[in-house]
Design a protein around this ligand. Structure first.
Ligand code: CMP
Length: 146
């Protein structure tokens, strides 16, 4: 089915200057950018976005990382977009990500020791969460059918 998903290029990948290379992978996989913005998240915005992880031991470090520099936020549209985007990203821990995936190719996990916060990208994990996450960052008028 035609779906939309929320994608974030995290501060590590923005700093590496690979926004275009990552967008290119989305486009080659048939995902269209239907909303996009660069943003320096506030602590409150990052905490709200990751609220489902609030009780997890990695929450505070994750929030600090996500506000360490600007992120690139986009809504992607395409057939089976949620799963397709997750396949493009690869495993959450870049050390486990298959060669050719965004996390394997662009995350510098070694630079961050045991942290898997700097894993280059975030993607919605379900269609239900995708709708919530897109609405968190984009008013409906800023998402373009195309
Ligand atoms: P992301 O897809 O942005 O969703 C939550 C993030 O928490 C995840 O990617 C990782 O960057 C980060 N994280 C840190 N530690 C863990 C962990 N043990 N399990 C899952 N996610 C973690």
């Amino acid at each position: 089915a035609l779906e939309r998903t929320l994608s974030i290029i995290k501060p590590d990948a923005v700093a590496k200057n690979v926004i275009g290379e990552i967008y290119s992978r989305f486009e080659k996989a048939g995902l269209k950018v239907v909303a996009s913005k660069m943003k320096q998240l506030s602590k409150q915005e990052a905490e709200g976005f990751y609220a489902v992880h609030r009780e997890r031991p990695f929450f505070a470090a994750l929030v600090e990382f996500m506000i360490s520099g600007p992120v690139m936020i986009q809504a992607l549209q395409g057939e089976n977009a949620v799963l397709k985007h997750r396949d493009l990203m690869g495993a959450t821990n870049p050390k486990d990500a298959a060669p050719g995936t965004i996390r394997a190719d662009f995350a510098d996990s070694a630079d961050f020791a045991d942290s898997i916060d700097a894993n280059a990208v975030h993607g919605s994990d379900s269609l239900e969460n995708a709708a919530i996450e897109i609405a968190y960052f984009f008013p409906a008028t800023d998402v373009y059918a195309r």
